[in-house]
Design a protein around this ligand. Structure first.
Ligand SMILES: [Zn+2]
Ligand SMILES: [Zn+2]
Length: 177
């Protein structure tokens, strides 16, 4: 997602607000790493673009809504993720050594734009919770029969194995009479 910065480059001290709600697919087909397919619209940008000598400093807040399965019952939950960002997008003319340029964090389009895709994706991946629960006391799935124990009481205890006698019966060919 490219944002024009005309009038900012070469004017240290200038700043511009960027407050916008953007559809998730504006960041490309597959920018979301482990959250691919689960980032809901919109992605909220509440940013400032500051012109500094070295380039453009992009700082502020990103807001995401991500669908994530409960770690116990696998029910999809909507999780709000807020991420603070402060990233310098380098003006290549200010860099002595090409190696100092961070791919994805440089001025593009002839120094007339910044592409926020990498920054937005990196911010989400860092702040994405690894494990969520739909609620603290979620009962999860029954390890014996797979029932959602929040919905039904299947009668299995926490440590129940499938009953070996029933398993043996299931293998018998009983004569049909
Ligand atoms: Zn759950
Ligand atoms: Zn069960």
């Amino acid at each position: 997602m490219r944002v024009p910065i005309t009038g900012l480059v070469g004017h240290p001290g200038e700043t511009r607000a960027l407050a916008r709600e953007v559809p998730a697919d504006e960041f490309g087909d597959d920018p979301w790493g482990p959250a691919v397919g689960r980032v809901l619209d919109p992605v909220v940008l509440d940013l400032h673009l500051d012109a500094v000598v070295e380039g453009i400093l992009v700082r502020g807040m990103l807001g995401f809504t991500v669908e994530q399965p409960c770690a116990r019952c696998l029910e999809l939950q909507q999780v709000d993720v807020d991420a603070d960002v402060a990233e310098l997008f380098m003006d290549p003319r200010r860099v002595e050594d090409e190696d100092e340029l961070d791919p994805g964090y440089e001025l593009v389009d002839d120094l007339t734009a910044v592409d926020l895709t990498v920054m937005v994706r990196d911010a989400l991946v860092v702040d994405l919770p690894l494990r969520i629960l739909c609620r603290e006391d979620c009962q999860g799935l029954c390890p014996t029969c797979g029932a959602d124990r929040n919905q039904t009481d299947c009668g299995h205890g926490p440590g129940d194995e499938p009953d070996p006698r029933w398993a043996a019966l299931a293998d018998l060919d009983l004569p049909l009479e």
